[in-house]
Write a protein that binds this ligand. Structure first.
Ligand code: PEP
Length: 240
């Protein structure tokens, strides 16, 4: 972990029912969480209101996606205004499942990021490479971000998401340094030093503390293990 505040996000993806989410919220409410960590959970849209109404204020709530602009005639979409109305401070954008399963591209994701930031909603901006891209030496593309104040970058190698194959702390550290160098060259040294770069991909309660020791790993985006309250708390507390 670097000097910025450690950041741990739980991405619940398309999981849960009213009952299972109520249990998860009660486990999170009773967990002891290190005070010096930003903790965020991203429930499916349909359950955001339930979670906001029952979860401790200690944990912030994120959406998993949003529309590119103001709401209106966009059947099936969810606007940033609606996400804000329910009390979300963050939105996850560019997750690999949205890119590779649903087909979103950088231009589309960049529009969403710009609009969310313009409305004061923070962006957890996911980047990450496919195995063949890593082997070809291409690890990331960062899409256009108009302002970096409210952005956390989540580096998630696609081959590590939901597979149980976690990147080694050294592999993750190496890419985090490369992302920081990219920020220095393409944005500014200030943004590079203050932007948190979090790792995602099969993080669990057993591997998180070794990853957290690496200087450029400023937190985690957690999928599967965030559905278990006590394990998620262990990951949050792994920075110490
Ligand atoms: C994710 O979806 O962001 C993720 C990292 O998933 P998992 O932890 O399950 O690999």
């Amino acid at each position: 972990a670097g000097s910025g505040k450690f950041f741990v996000g739980g991405n619940w993806k398309c999981n849960g029912t009213k009952d299972s989410i109520s249990k998860l919220v009660s486990d999170l409410n009773s967990a002891q969480l290190e005070s010096d960590v930003d903790v965020v959970v991203a429930p499916p849209f349909l359950y955001i209101d339930q979670v906001k109404n029952s979860l401790t204020d200690r944990i912030e709530v994120s959406a998993q996606n949003c529309w590119t602009g103001k709401g209106g005639a966009f059947t099936g979409e969810i606007s940033v205004e609606q996400v804000k109305d329910l009390g979300c401070k963050w939105v996850i954008l560019g997750h690999s499942e949205r890119r590779h399963v649903i087909g979103e591209n950088d231009e589309f994701i960049g529009k969403k990021a710009a609009y969310a930031l313009s409305q004061g909603v923070g962006v957890i901006a996911c980047i990450g490479e496919l195995l063949e891209e890593r082997e070809a030496g291409k690890t990331f593309d960062v899409y256009a971000i108009p302002s970096w104040d409210n952005v956390v970058i989540a580096y998630e190698p696609v081959w590590a998401i939901g597979t149980g194959k976690v990147a080694s702390p050294e592999q993750a550290q190496e890419v985090h340094v490369a992302v920081r160098d990219w920020l220095t060259k393409n944005v500014s040294a200030e943004v590079a030093s203050k932007t948190r770069i979090i790792y995602g991909g099969s993080v669990n309660g057993s591997n998180s503390s070794d990853l957290a020791k690496k200087e450029d790993i400023d937190g985690f985006l957690v999928g599967g293990a965030s559905l278990k309250g006590p394990e998620f708390a262990t990951i949050v507390n792994s920075v110490t």
